[in-house]
Design a protein around this ligand. Sequence first.
Ligand code: B1M
Length: 234
Amino acid sequence: MSDDDIDLSSLSDDDLVQQMHDDLYDGLKEEIEEGVKILLERDWTPYDVLTKALVEGMRIVGEDFRDGILFVPEVLLSANAMKGGMFILRPLLAETGAPKVGKMVIGTVKGDIHDIGKNLVGMMMEGAGFEVIDIGINNPVEKYLEAIEEHQPDILGMSALLTTTMPYMKVVIDTLKEKGLRDKYIVLVGGAPLNEEFGKAVGADAYCRDAAVTVEIAKDLMHRMHNQLPAAAG
Ligand code: B1M
């Protein structure tokens, strides 16, 4: 049966949420937008719509992406569908003050204009409840410094797709060290030519193989950071 046959407004809340998970999986942006509007009309809070319908749906997408069941074009469609839902929810969430998991500044390094992977990571992180400030492509160290100064994120994310641009990540991290800022941030790096060894060598907290793994690592490191805070304070 095609989705055209389903009248979303006739579904119970549980069935509608289930259907939205399927629609996210299939990258159906209009259906997701409609589903979000219906749940809001049924007095769901924006936060519940975000977490129960969108984030849970993207979690399933992320897992299947990680496991090689879904591929990049499909995940981009899912991410785009989620973006449609997020577009409706974002102003409402800002009003209602939904709890944020954390904040990340992310950008592609100087000399590199690849941004598909970075965008995907940003969307998946947003889907997982992070606030994401995307500073785009071709970023010199000054741009990263400006962005972290302005936004005070928990996480700095860098992307590089070229073997010629990936060493620039070390320039950024070394500059953070020189300025005594390195320990203030979780630094995550990613991009097709990188690997774990490289991440360690440049002084990042972690190398992230893909968008789903980035979300897992980011959550894990945020957890650890928060658990350390009371001990450090006491
Ligand atoms: Co370019 N390109 N490209 N390219 N391009 C590659 C990377 C290349 C491997 C192709 C090849 O030759 N086989 C090759 C690099 C070779 C090398 O360095 N060893 C290459 C080259 C050479 C070039 C040019 C130099 C070509 C030329 O002009 N002669 C040029 C460079 C331009 C520049 O940057 N200065 C160039 C240009 C382009 C396009 C503009 C045409 C286009 C980019 C469009 C865009 O991004 N808006 C492009 C594309 C599309 C590619 C390939 C085909 C696909 C990259 C991609 O989007 N993958 C790529 C070949 C390949 O990788 N198979 C190639 C899909 C994306 C979802 O995956 O980016 O790996 P990826 O992101 C993943 C993970 O890596 C990780 O999560 C993402 C999602 O799961 N991740 C992060 C990425 N960033 C992260 C950041 C994080 C965490 C995880 O932060 C926390």
